[in-house]
Design a protein around this ligand. Structure first.
Ligand code: NAD
Length: 488
């Protein structure tokens, strides 16, 4: 076991958490602070095939007893974990702020409490579940949810605490044991979660957390003892995981990238639309659901752009402890270079850089909030997910043209529409391709609603009962009516 490390006053273990114990690997990887890159935070145990095997063994061993618990007992465990997250809210926020650069205030007020809510929501939802019962063709029918087995949850580096709890909670509530593998660019808040799991008294092996990247990821996704895989991340990784899942015939959900439209009609509140559009630079645009393609009706182009620049000018780039900061640092220099590559190629191809377009300060992880007016809809910056503070700007004449532009990429994660016309809200809301489409708002989430993507934005739906069904083997039990009697 490696020594614990001080991360902003919080003691964090750099090791895996398997079968209720800390487990080290011989090799390590380092994690650094995105807004103070010279500051190395920790050397973390780098998981491999052996680590994967230990975790799957622990989750397999713990499964029968966890699955056999009554729902009220499982839900009580989840509520206890939620209590501890609320108690340690500020510690989790501090660690994630240093590790991923999300704004401290936003973590404290929004994202970490949402982590607790994820467990509470699924504890209650699973407990309230009523089996569907009906009579048909002389038989009494019931649909029963049966725990599926050890579930593997793989998460990306953005919003890691909120996203991983969102995905682990339904698996546990459904009676599955869990192995969580967070991303290697932001591994630390998951390690705090492991401490809370231990403190909560959850039986060893029910909830395991392993650290590392593709090597352990591959070993885990190829293991036939894993009965569900729930993945959030990029399209190329989903393709690899999907192949492994197919080999073992294991159900697999994938919440992937987006290139969502923010569609503004002339009848909209243009000021509100422009403010929301400029808000897409929050978190340096590292948000899967971001409306990164701004598509505005030609008649309000100038009015929109004037208000957009007004709001974009108000952004403050800075470190994530400062409550004045609105644009946080990007996760990693490799990602900064990748995003700058998109901008350079757009410039070379003749797209117009309307604002920003370069690093904020040499050697640091910020890029100026950037707006690009592409030469054509085929431009790379329109068609590919950039996942940085880069938005594109396009215009349209008619409603049909606007919808066609909105639906012109291979993605379909979400959409944002600004209109004041109720009929148009309904009509265009149905036409825009996306798992979630907001009208005159953004990021309002109801945890019981289905969430997922269309096209290359993903497979399957999580959220509410959809995730509980995914994590269960659904069985139809049919008993011939009148053939059995109460013998108790
Ligand atoms: P990524 O695909 O590189 O990594 C995601 C996870 O997969 C990480 O934990 C990584 O270690 C792991 N991984 C990498 N190779 C693997 C392999 N061969 N086998 C198993 N696991 C492997 O994605 P990222 O760069 O961490 O995240 C950014 C992407 O995630 C963006 O595309 C973003 O849009 C997407 N995202 C989607 C949602 C959503 O809900 N739809 C939410 C957040 C982020």
């Amino acid at each position: 076991m490696r020594d614990r490390i001080d991360i902003g006053g919080v003691s964090v273990s750099p090791d895996h958490f398997i079968g209720g114990k800390r487990v080290s690997s011989p090799r390590t990887f380092e994690t650094r602070c995105p807004f103070d890159w010279d500051r190395k935070l920790a050397d973390i145990s780098l998981g491999d095939a052996d680590t994967a095997n230990q975790a799957v063994e622990a989750a397999t061993k713990a499964f029968p007893a966890w699955a056999a618990l009554c729902q009220a007992e499982r839900s009580a465990h989840l509520h206890r974990l939620a209590d501890l997250i609320e108690e340690r809210k500020n510690d989790i926020a501090m660690v994630e702020c240093l590790d991923m650069a999300m704004l401290l205030e936003s973590l404290q007020l929004r994202l970490v409490p949402r982590g607790a809510l994820n467990f509470r929501n699924y504890a209650d939802l699973a407990a309230e579940h009523e089996e569907r019962v009906w009579s048909s063709k002389g038989t009494a029918n019931r649909v029963i949810r049966m725990p599926a087995g050890p579930a593997l949850i793989i998460t990306p580096w953005n919003a890691p605490f909120m996203l991983s709890t969102w995905k682990c909670a339904p698996a546990l509530a459904a009676g599955n044991t869990v192995i969580l593998k967070p991303a290697d660019w932001s591994p630390l808040s998951a390690s705090v979660l492991a401490d809370l799991i231990a403190e909560s008294g959850m039986p060893p092996g029910v909830f395991n957390i392993v650290q590392g990247g593709a090597e352990i990821g591959n070993a885990l996704t190829s293991d036939p003892r894993i009965k569900r895989i729930s993945f959030t991340g990029s399209v190329p990784t989903a393709r690899i995981i999907g192949r492994n899942a197919a080999e073992n015939i294991v159900p697999f959900t994938a919440e992937l990238g987006g290139k969502s439209a923010l569609l503004v009609f002339e009848d909209a509140d243009i000021d509100a639309a422009a403010k929301k559009a400029a808000g897409q630079y929050d978190d340096s645009g590292q948000v899967c659901m971001a409306g990164s393609r701004i598509i505005v009706q030609e008649s309000v182009r100038e009015k929109f752009l004037e208000r957009f620049h007004h709001y974009a000018d108000q952004h403050v780039l800075g470190d994530s402890f400062d409550s004045a900061t609105t644009v946080s640092a990007m996760i990693h220099p490799i990602h900064v270079e990748r995003v700058l590559g998109f901008i350079e190629r757009a410039r070379a191809a003749g797209d117009t850089i309307v604002r920003g377009g370069k690093r904020w300060k040499e050697g640091q992880n910020w890029i100026e909030p950037t707006l690009i007016e592409p030469k054509s809809n085929d431009s790379e910056v329109v068609q590919s997910e950039i996942f940085g503070p880069v938005l594109t700007f396009q215009t349209f004449a008619t409603e049909d043209e606007g919808v066609a532009l909105a639906n012109s990429t291979a993605y379909g994660l979400s959409g944002i529409i600004y209109t004041g016309d109720a009929a148009r809200a309904e009509r265009v809301g149905r036409q825009v391709r996306g798992g979630t489409v907001w009208v005159n708002t953004f990021l309002v989430r109801d945890l019981t609603a289905p969430f997922g993507g269309i096209g290359i934005s993903g497979i399957g739906r999580e959220g509410g009962d959809y995730a509980l069904d995914f994590h269960s083997d659904l069985k139809t039990l049919q008993i011939l009516e009148g053939s059995v009697r109460d013998c108790s």
